[in-house]
Structure formats: structure tokens, C-alpha cells
Design a protein around this ligand. Structure first.
Ligand code: PLP
Length: 427
């Protein structure tokens, strides 16, 4: 890429959460294969981010490529209104068979945020359809992240999600404190009492509890005890709320189970998946629900229609690649891969604990997090990481990695060494 193109990028193109007035540097990537990103300069970087949880099988995967080529030569897209096609039907069959038993109906969405919008609509339409229109608020836990569209934002952590910027526009929902109990700590019944109290007091106005099971991702990279999720499920049953599990980050093996809900042996009433669904090839997400919720909505006002229908709904190309990605998952290698990554992250990141600049080190599944005492200078840190041959994108006080499942031990060590070095002497 020419320097003038880089200047154009800085001047005219927003990147995620950036300012055009004081833009951060961007690195031109020319190609990607396996765990490597190749910069325009020819430098190769080991990818620690899986392009935000998505590229679980690595870039430029031969099987995914073959399916994408075949589908593009057949039909890249067709509207989903009044039309159906094999890639969508195949994908939905697989999603229903992979997810917990009661989930039986699928809405194909075009991104994670939209899958959350649809989940919220399902919950609200469900309550209206059974004559409980007053149950029209959501309850959630702080430090969550559910996406960037308005309904999704309204259930993100109010501080991290900058709710005050949108006062008067964002719907007001109910927030419980974030769970404090870590996965390996001993459960105390008091760990659920704040959520229990809020739900018992406000259930007459609550349609659903929405949360990220076990792993809170972009809202803080926090891990919590599976018993919290089991108790949350019980509270939803007791007080007649739906449980919405947002597995957009955790779905498809990242936490060591296919879905994070499995750590608690629970099933949600509504499940959102996205990110890794297409193995990181293109944008696609899905919202699944039970036959009961689907039928209740179906008997409700407005002819029982679920009120959503994006232009690119069920895009055949994305559905075909998603099926191919699920085929790779079905072979099962991810289980050993995730376990090995997890063990190596635990072993190699623990050295960071000795640094005075580090507040916490935590690993869950194939996710490694080092929380610094102070906010990280992203541009400076990234420059150091690129020089070390790795791609790691910090945010806030957090250095975190969730590499492609196919990463080799030596490649993973490059990532952990770069993090350790940063921790000892932050730039
Ligand atoms: C990334 C994410 C979303 C939003 O997905 P997009 O595809 O970015 O819209 C929602 N929920 C969770 C848990 C996520 O990690």
C-alpha cells in the first residue's frame, strides 16, 4: 500500500472505536494464512486475536476456501423473503443439532449485534404474546458486552458502553453487579444474592435476563463461576423470565466446551451465536430459541410474525462456509487444541504475575488475559508487538489473546513472550 493510501485511511476511514481527529496508526495487511498475517512490508505476524474470536481454524483455510469458491460459482446471494436454499437449511439443521435440545428454531442474522437485537425482540414479543406486556425490561449483569446497535448497547456495561453519551435515547434496563466469584473459587450462596434480590423485586417488569455465559468478553474479559449461571437459570424459571445466553464470543469451542453454557449444564431459552460461526470468513450470526417461544410469538399480535428481516438474511455464501466450518469442528480436533492452548497459556503467562505493573493474570479455555494496573498505550504497545512478530490488540488495561485453535506451541510462545516482556516494562 502506498503512503498516500495510508494517509487516506487515516484521514477518511473510521476503524473500530477510533477518532478521525486523532487517528491511531493502522498496519496494512496484504494477506493471511494459517496463524500468520503478512504485512505489506513482508513481515509476518503470529495472530493472537483470531480477528476478534472468529478465525478459529486459521486464515485462508483450504476446505473453507473450496466451499466458498463452489458456492460463489453457484449463487453468492439471493433474498430470503419467500425463498429458501440448501446452505441455509443445512446450517440451521446443524445449529439445532449442536445446541442444547430445547433449542429448535433459528433466525439467521447478519452480525452479532443483530442477533442480540433479534433475541431482545423475541423476548419482548414472547411476553406481549402471552399477555404480559408489562414484562418489557431486561435485566443483565455489569461488565457485559452485547454489541453496538442501540438495543444491544443498552444491555452493555453502562460505563464501558458510554451510556451517558446517549442519555434519553438508549432504553433503560436493569443492571445487577458483575459476578465476583471466579471459576475456580469455592461457591458461596451470597454470590448470587444481588441478582436474586433484583429479580425478586422487579420480575413483574422483567422479560428476560441476558448475559454472556462464564466469559464476559469485550466488557472486561472476566470469567465467573458456572454455579452463578446455574443459579441464574433457576431464578429465571422461578420468576418467569427468559434466559438469553449471548455466546457470540464463547460459542464453538473457545472455552473448552462447544458452548459455555455446558460448563453449567444449563440450556438458555434464547441463544445468540456469531463471530466464529463462519470460521471468520464473513459476517453471519444466529439467534436460536425453543419451540415454546417460537409458537408463543406465532400466536401473538401482528399475525405472529417475528419482526425482523435483514436484506442479507441467510446469505448463501456465509451459510455454506459456516457449514464447512462446523464440519471441521465436528471432527473434534478443537478439544485437544483448546486444552493444549489453555495449559500453555497458564504455564507461560504466570510469569507476568511477578510484575509490579500487573494486576491480574487469568486463563480460561483458549483465552489468556493479563490485566495491567494502568491503561495501556495501544499505539506504543502495538508497535512493540509488531516488532516482536505478533499481532495483539490491547484495550483499556487489558492485554488478551485468543489465538486460532491451530496455533503451534512455538507460535503461541511468541505471543506469550511478547506479553511477558511488555508486562515487565510497559511502553
Ligand atoms: C462481538 C460480540 C457481539 C457483537 O457482535 P458483532 O458481530 O460485532 O455485531 C455481541 N455479543 C458478544 C458477546 C460479542 O463478543
Amino acid at each position: 500500500m502506498q503512503l498516500t493510501d495510508l494517509a487516506f485511511d487515516q484521514r477518511h476511514i473510521w476503524h473500530p472505536y477510533t477518532s478521525l481527529t486523532s487517528p491511531l496508526p493502522t498496519y496494512p495487511v496484504a494477506s493471511a494464512k494459517g496463524v500468520y498475517l503478512t504485512l505489506d512490508t513482508g513481515e509476518q505476524l503470529v495472530d493472537g486475536m483470531s480477528s476478534w474470536w472468529s478465525t478459529i481454524h486459521g486464515y485462508n483455510h483450504p476446505e473453507l476456501n473450496a466451499v466458498a469458491h463452489k458456492q460463489i460459482d453457484t449463487m453468492a446471494h439471493v433474498m430470503f423473503g419467500g425463498i429458501t436454499h440448501a446452505p441455509a437449511v443445512e446450517l440451521c439443521k446443524r445449529l439445532i443439532s449442536l445446541t442444547p435440545e430445547p433449542l429448535d428454531a433459528v433466525f439467521l442474522a447478519d452480525s452479532g449485534s443483530i442477533a442480540v437485537e433479534v433475541a431482545i425482540k423475541m423476548a419482548l414479543q414472547f411476553q406481549v404474546s402471552r399477555g404480559k406486556a408489562n414484562k418489557n425490561k431486561l435485566v443483565t449483569i455489569r461488565q457485559g458486552y452485547h454489541g453496538d446497535t442501540f438495543a444491544a448497547m443498552s444491555v452493555c456495561d453502562p460505563v464501558n458502553g458510554m451510556h451517558e453519551l446517549f442519555t434519553g435515547v438508549l432504553p433503560q434496563h436493569v443492571f445487577a453487579p458483575a459476578p465476583q466469584i471466579k471459576p475456580d473459587e469455592e461457591w458461596r450462596d451470597s454470590d448470587i444474592s444481588a441478582l436474586a434480590e433484583i429479580i425478586s423485586e422487579q420480575h413483574e417488569n422483567l422479560a428476560a435476563l441476558i448475559l454472556e455465559p462464564i466469559v464476559q468478553g469485550a466488557g472486561g474479559m472476566r470469567f465467573y463461576h458456572p454455579e452463578y449461571l446455574r443459579q441464574a437459570r433457576k431464578l429465571c424459571d422461578k420468576y418467569d423470565l427468559l434466559l438469553i445466553a449471548d455466546e457470540i464470543a464463547t460459542g464453538f469451542g473457545r472455552t473448552g466446551k462447544l458452548f459455555a453454557c455446558e460448563h453449567a449444564n444449563i440450556s438458555p431459552d434464547i441463544l445468540c451465536v456469531g463471530k466464529a460461526l463462519t470460521g471468520g470468513y464473513m459476517t453471519l450470526a444466529a439467534t436460536l430459541t425453543t419451540r415454546h417461544v417460537a409458537d408463543t410469538i406465532g400466536g401473538g399480535p401482528g399475525g405472529g410474525n417475528l419482526m425482523h428481516g435483514p436484506t442479507f438474511m441467510g446469505n448463501p455464501l456465509a451459510c455454506a462456509v459456516a457449514c464447512a466450518s462446523l464440519d471441521i469442528i465436528a471432527k473434534g480436533a478443537w478439544q485437544q487444541q483448546v486444552a493444549a492452548i489453555s495449559a500453555q497459556l497458564k504455564a507461560e503467562l504466570s510469569a507476568c504475575r511477578t510484575s509490579e505493573y500487573v494486576a491480574d493474570v487469568r486463563v480460561f479455555g483458549a483465552i489468556g488475559v493479563v490485566e495491567m494496573q494502568r491503561p495501556i498505550d495501544v499505539a506504543a504497545a502495538q508497535k512493540q508487538f509488531v516488532a516482536a512478530g505478533v499481532w495483539i490488540r490491547p484495550f483499556g488495561k487489558l492485554l488478551y489473546i485468543m489465538p486460532p485453535y491451530i496455533i503451534e506451541p512455538e507460535q503461541l510462545s511468541m505471543l506469550t513472550h511478547a506479553i511477558s516482556k511488555y508486562c515487565q516494562a510497559p511502553v
